[in-house]
Design a protein around this ligand. Structure first.
Ligand code: FPP
Length: 244
């Protein structure tokens, strides 16, 4: 009897950690003749959908750039609208926590945020720490360079206090001084919105990440686009500096 070997596609690998620059909200709104805030509102919904999808496909960590250290340069109206959206999102996330069971973590200097938003971030992180499954890291008032400087200052303070010596510093130890301490580096960094730059996002952690850029604007970025990014990741030949 002739057996034809059944062709089975290799199972696709889901990265452990995906990071996303949620870009293109403003243009999405402009194309529709709407204020930029309207784009952020739909962008927040896009995030909700992606977070749920990430959980359903077994992703462990999803890190999103929600507000950068540079975003304060925008109009008060726009900054206020983004902050309001974040507050509302966190309030709802806290209320629905037992249903969604997503762990929340925050990267960035939260001291410049409103006391209300800070308190919601604190509650969300504290109450969700018990859940297993996907962890969402919100980058708020976050900048990659600022994060590296903060880690350097923390290490310098340890040295000054006699708790460490400069020659003891290793990449591993430095990583533990980042906001992302204990979290594996992202294997895949996605930037929708058509710009081919990384804009101060996870500079230390993405040393060996695969980048995926798409023209799709963030409010239109759904599970299908995340699948395309993961498929592209599956076709990359990751060598980490080794030979082909
Ligand atoms: C970049 O698009 C987006 C931001 C600076 C803000 C991201 C915020 C959200 C998605 C809303 C709040 C998030 C959550 C999760 C509740 P852009 O405004 O720079 O777009 P543009 O490049 O088209 O102008």
């Amino acid at each position: 009897m002739l057996f034809r070997k059944k062709k089975t596609a290799a199972p696709r690998v889901i990265p452990t950690h995906i990071a996303i620059v949620m870009d293109g909200n403003g243009r999405w709104a402009k194309r529709r003749g709407l204020p930029r805030q309207a784009g952020h509102k739909v962008g927040a919904e896009a995030f909700r959908t992606i977070a749920n999808y990430a959980k359903s496909i077994g992703l462990s960590y999803l890190t999103v750039y929600a507000f950068s250290t540079e975003n304060w340069k925008r109009s008060d109206e726009e900054v206020g609208a983004i902050m309001e959206l974040l507050e509302r999102y966190l309030r709802e996330a806290i209320a629905d926590m037992d249903k969604n069971r997503v762990r929340f973590c925050f990267f960035g200097d939260l001291s410049r945020l409103s006391p209300e938003l800070r308190e919601e971030a604190r509650i969300a992180a504290e109450r969700s720490s018990k859940y297993e499954g996907v962890q969402v890291n919100f980058c708020l008032n976050y900048g990659g360079r600022a994060e590296i400087l903060r880690a350097a200052q923390r290490f310098a303070a340890q040295c000054a206090a006699g708790e460490a010596k400069p020659e003891e510093l290793t990449e591993q130890r430095f990583s533990e001084l980042m906001y992302s301490a204990g979290i594996p580096d992202p294997e895949l960094v996605i930037r929708p919105g058509g710009e081919l730059r990384i804009s101060n996002f996870l500079l230390w952690q993405s040393a060996y990440a695969e980048y995926y850029f798409t023209d799709v604007l963030w409010p239109d970025f759904g599970p299908k686009e995340l699948d395309l990014a993961i498929d592209a990741f599956n076709h990359r030949n990751r060598r980490f500096g080794g030979a082909k």
